[in-house]
Design a binder for this molecule. Structure first.
Ligand code: URA
Length: 240
């Protein structure tokens, strides 16, 4: 038995807060009975109807690993009509991305309709390692490298410890390729960390997410996650 608002959110209909609002507004029925209390608990076999939509409480989940190309937004719908990451995946299921990559960032993104896993991996305490390769317009000093590793103050809060490696330096072009592994997922975090040190990120790619890599998945392509991979993600989420 789980709380109604949690089940609605986990089924991917909306956020838990929005689900609470819908319950209070009298827009949710369980087994054709109107429910307006937030503590109400439901079981798997209960029929949940939200705003006249029947939610499938026994639905099967889908999990995709996408190699996101540039020029695609990480949302399910874009007001400006731009292509979204969901448009790249051939499914009739309402899937959505876990976390976010900027419009011009490429690389590894997970999409699913499993709200439970999404909540676990998106929670601020989640310890999922994400590895990025950044091309920046400069050459880091040792002190700057240390600062990136120890934490940089962005938006009035220090970033947590990061693993940072300079992969290559082009002295003629005055650019560097830097590998950065972080477990937070703050907005534009990588770009802001470099920006704070006076560098611009010219290119950004996410190469790893937890145990997953882009191996065998070309830019713009995707594959389904295996059951084992999903299990590992669950374990990481639960132990964070
Ligand atoms: N950090 C960024 O700045 N952008 C991304 O897309 C991901 C992480």
């Amino acid at each position: 038995m789980e709380r109604l608002q949690k089940v609605i959110a986990n089924l991917g209909y909306c956020s838990r807060r929005k689900a609470e609002q819908l319950i209070l507004e009298g827009k949710v029925k369980v087994n054709d009975e109107l429910i307006t209390e937030l503590g109400y608990k439901v079981k798997n076999s209960d029929k949940i109807i939200v705003e006249d939509t029947i939610l499938d409480n026994n639905k099967s989940y889908e999990y995709y690993l996408l190699n996101k190309p540039k020029g695609v937004v990480t949302t399910t719908k874009d007001e400006k009509g731009r292509k979204t990451v969901v448009d790249l995946i051939d499914t009739k299921t309402r899937i959505y991305p876990i976390g976010r990559l900027d419009y011009d960032t490429t690389g590894l993104l997970i999409l699913t309709n499993d709200g439970n896993l999404t909540n676990l991996l998106n929670s601020p305490s989640s310890m999922v390692d994400k590895t990025y390769i950044a091309k920046i317009n400069g050459i880091l000093t040792n002190l700057e490298l240390k600062a990136l590793k120890l934490g940089i103050l962005i938006d009035n809060r220090k970033t947590s410890k990061a693993k940072v490696k300079v992969k290559s330096v082009n002295r003629k072009e005055k650019t560097s390729i830097v590998e950065l592994t972080i477990h937070e997922g703050r907005n534009h975090q990588v770009k802001k960390m470099f920006e704070k040190l006076g560098y611009e990120v010219i290119k950004l790619k996410r190469e790893k997410y937890a145990n997953l890599t882009l191996l065998g998945v070309k830019t713009g392509d995707y594959r389904k996650l295996t059951t084992k991979e999903v299990k590992i993600l669950y374990n990481i989420g639960k132990n964070s």
